[in-house]
Design a protein around this ligand. Structure first.
Ligand code: MG
Length: 389
């Protein structure tokens, strides 16, 4: 794969900046509309924030290359303004190093919204929240989702409509089969009967990986996408595996190699018969131009990129660079999943099965009809709290 010259790097950077500048005019327009509409009925002018931490129980012990877990800690956010209540959520999986229930709560306790008289100052509010501390993207995303839910509810509009996205264009979600014994992989594949695309976790070693694919193929001929979670350390192994996987009906491969191995990954992508997607290599907007020429596409997760506001900028940037986009998730309830689904009409692939893989969903939200993400018409992110806060 060719090395990126300084000139093309600068060009790439400028493209990204231009795309970013153009990414979110609609919310700005809504600010004016909301100000006009609400001049006669101003509320307290205070945005009230509260939060709680919960553990979401995984249906099966969830194993990926490098980690295994039975539950996913989450932070959930509640915003209230002028009698309207909104919710957000961010998963705190173990691979988000340093982001725990304790650190996320501590971050949330530092947010002081008294300086903002209107929740419609989305850009100002989110810049302030992002500036409080570096990192902490899971907590920032939970807040961002709640703010978008609040805006949508105050305007009585679903977020996808606020963004100008066509709800008919949602993709099907994939359903994830975590690393397990071949017998359990067959069982999990059968449990995925309602979903049209299987996402299979690999990245152990060549023999084990091929055995898991053969186990899936013994019970299903559905399209498969692969997530190697950085598991293939050698570029020749990665490419050999991708060629073999193509013959098994695999359609794309996520994060084949370690996240910082760019030159070897660019070589794999250049020779790969399947599209490659960056997950661990792609955290926030600033990463997207660097991945041009290294991967075919990016996997955006709200917990990595601080929420919907930046996710939309990443989508626009990737599209401007000619890259593909996937929207992903972690172990999250129908709150965060419904939020991610709001931007799914602008993505090529979706892996929004988080709420399907847990047993204690606390929200009612987006549904999957024959595997297709089906957005509802509720205002905001389209999720309603079940039970008490
Ligand atoms: Mg992944």
């Amino acid at each position: 794969m060719k090395k990126i010259s300084r000139r093309s790097f600068i060009k790439t950077g400028l493209t990204a900046i231009a795309a970013t500048a153009a990414a979110s005019p609609i919310l700005t327009a809504c600010d004016s509309i909301a100000n006009i509409n609400r001049k006669t009925s101003l509320g307290s002018g205070k945005i009230k924030l509260s939060y709680r931490c919960v553990d979401l129980q995984q249906r099966h012990t969830f194993t990926i290359s490098g980690f295994s877990r039975d539950f996913t800690p989450n932070i959930q956010v509640r915003l209230e303004y002028d009698g309207v209540v909104a919710y957000g959520e961010g998963g705190l999986p173990p691979y988000m190093i340093g982001q725990t229930k304790e650190t996320a709560s501590e971050f949330m306790s530092k947010i002081n919204l008294d300086q903002f008289s209107s929740p419609f100052m989305v850009d100002d509010i989110l810049r302030y929240v992002d500036s409080i501390a570096p990192g902490m993207s899971c907590a920032k995303s939970a807040f961002d989702i709640a703010l978008h839910d609040l805006i949508g509810k105050l305007l009585n509009v679903p977020c996808h409509r606020l963004f100008g996205y066509n709800p008919e264009k949602t993709p099907c979600t994939s359903y994830t089969i975590g690393i397990d014994t071949e017998e359990m992989v067959r069982k999990k594949t059968e449990e995925a009967a309602a979903y049209k695309i299987l996402k299979v976790k690999l990245g152990i070693d060549e023999k084990t990986d091929k055995g898991l694919i053969k186990a899936v193929r013994s019970v299903s001929d559905k399209p498969i996408i692969i997530d190697a979670n950085q598991g293939w350390k050698d570029k020749h192994l990665a490419l050999d595996m991708i060629h073999w996987l193509k013959e098994q009906g695999v359609q794309m491969v996520e994060q084949p190699m370690p996240k910082t191995v760019f030159d070897d990954m660019a070589w794999v992508t250049a020779h790969s018969p399947l599209p490659t997607f960056a997950d661990e290599s792609c955290q926030r907007l600033v990463d997207v131009p660097k991945l041009h020429g290294v991967f075919t596409g990016i996997n955006i997760k709200l917990i990595k990129c601080t929420g919907l506001h930046e996710a939309r900028q990443m989508i626009a940037t990737a599209e401007a660079l000619g890259m593909k986009v996937m929207i992903g998730c972690t172990g999250e309830s129908s709150c965060a999943i419904s939020a991610a689904a709001q931007v799914s009409p602008r993505t090529n692939w979706a892996d929004l099965d988080g709420a399907l893989l847990i047993t204690n969903d606390m929200f009612d939200g987006v549904k999957f009809v024959d595997g297709k993400i089906t957005l509802n018409d509720r205002p905001g992110i389209g999720a309603e709290l079940i039970g008490e806060w």
